[in-house]
Design a protein around this ligand. Sequence first.
Ligand code: FAD
Length: 363
Amino acid sequence: MIEKMEIEKENCCGCQACADVCPANAIQMYADEEGFWYPKTESAVCTNCGLCEKVCPVKDSGRKDGEELYLGAQAKDDAIRYASSSGGIFPLLAQAVLKRRGVVYGAGYDSGMAVLHKRAEDRKQLETIKRTKYVQSNLKGIYREIQEELERNRWVLFCGTPCQAQALRLFLNGKDAKLLLVDLVCYGVGSPGIWKDYVTYLERRYKGKLQSFFFRDKRNRDHGRTRSFAVEGKEVVNALYRDTYCRMYFANYNIRPSCFHCGFCRIQRSSDFTIGDFWGVESIRPDFDDGMGTSLVIAHTEKAKDFWKDVEKDTRWFACKKEDILQPRLMGPVKAAKHRKLFMELYRRLPFSVFEKLVGCGK
Ligand SMILES: Cc1cc2nc3c(=O)[nH]c(=O)nc-3n(C[C@H](O)[C@H](O)[C@H](O)COP(=O)(O)OP(=O)(O)OC[C@H]3O[C@@H](n4cnc5c(N)ncnc54)[C@H](O)[C@@H]3O)c2cc1C
């Protein structure tokens, strides 16, 4: 069974399915010194049932070959696209599920700006789970909740990283006829602990409560290379590369160790849809390249192709070949920064404001 000391960090993606599935409640998650969650089993409580191993997406990444459909797509309604990180395909799929009186799960913020998965039952709640957050999302309790919704015979859409999606697939163990499983092309997940420190730092610096944070703001029609946030009603807008947290993320410092060994950086998945940014759209369909986002959509299953018929009318789209959609994160995982270890050591020792200047992110 999973013991704290047995876990090799590169072999744990922090999806939390093992903690959720444990019938004895013997597994708790704890944050390590880098701010990532890992499971810890209380041996005295564990009954050795083995369920925790069965739901682990690192052990079973669910590789499946299918008749994939490859598409480039944008929501026709620019307001929908503007309020999303890519081409706005997630909200359209979500609306299709809500129309069937279903429920949608995605990543949002809590009142302290921690990233966690939440449910949406209507369009207003859907607003709170749109847009990319480059922070690992907390799925505590979500697997069980989704299982219960499916048992009530409701449609459920879940959108998350490919490891979270595969963990859900394993958790449900085939009882998922009304689940629409959507996973993301994923660069890697950032540390929730470092994000928390960053939130605290911003709140001190700007003297108030952080109310919103958009990693990929589209106001400059620059493919979301702007980030914005608001503290006490005051908005701060900068280029994405000027943001300290985002610089750490895109330099591969604060990414989870398992992401550097990710087995999901490929086309074959066990999800219904994979969605991401359509890299290179300017070469194959320059007419789609307006700086406001085009989604890459891979429909893996018949269920996905059926849902696509529902949303197709609300999109501008084109079909393409597999070669057209291949981007780095569909071919292999990201590489750790050369000095990641040193980065983490310094991070632990220095106050955020000093550290920020040292890694060249400060003003
Ligand atoms: C950590 C991360 C890394 C990514 N890396 C790439 C990449 O390398 N290449 C690429 O093409 N696309 C990547 N994406 C996907 C891309 O940024 C968009 O999220 C995706 O194209 C969907 O956009 P949309 O406009 O359809 O919907 P949006 O409205 O932008 O919806 C985004 C969806 O992602 C979910 N989500 C947001 N943050 C998280 C999170 N932290 N954990 C789990 N789910 C989350 C939301 O709940 C929502 O369902 C990444 C996304 C994330 C979260």
